[in-house]
Design a protein around this ligand. Structure first.
Ligand code: ZN
Length: 82
C-alpha cells in the first residue's frame, strides 16, 4: 500500500489526486476521502478521510474523527481519520 509523502518535507496532495477525492475546500482547509486506499504517513495503516488545515486553531468534536493521526508541517496540519 502506498503511503502519503516520503517522510521528508510537506506532502504534495496533488501527487495523490488519482486516489483522493476532494469533499470540501475552504481558503484554509480541505477534506478528502481516501479511495485508493493510501496508508497514513503517521502509523502506516490505511485511513478513511483526510482533513488539512492552515488555521492556527482547530476544534474537533468526539465522534467526528476518532481514531485519528496528525502530521504537522510548518504551514499546516494534516489529520488522518481511520
Ligand atoms: Zn494513522
Amino acid at each position: 500500500m502506498e503511503q502519503l509523502g516520503n517522510g521528508d518535507g510537506p506532502i504534495d496532495l496533488h501527487d495523490y489526486r488519482y486516489g483522493l477525492k476532494l469533499r470540501k475546500q475552504t481558503r484554509e482547509t480541505s477534506l478528502w476521502t481516501n479511495e485508493e486506499p493510501f496508508a497514513c504517513p503517521a502509523c502506516g495503516e490505511p485511513f478513511e478521510g483526510l482533513f488539512t488545515s492552515e488555521k492556527r486553531h482547530n476544534t474537533f468534536t468526539p465522534g467526528d474523527a476518532t481514531p485519528f493521526c496528525i502530521v504537522r508541517e510548518p504551514d499546516r496540519i494534516l489529520m488522518f481519520r481511520h
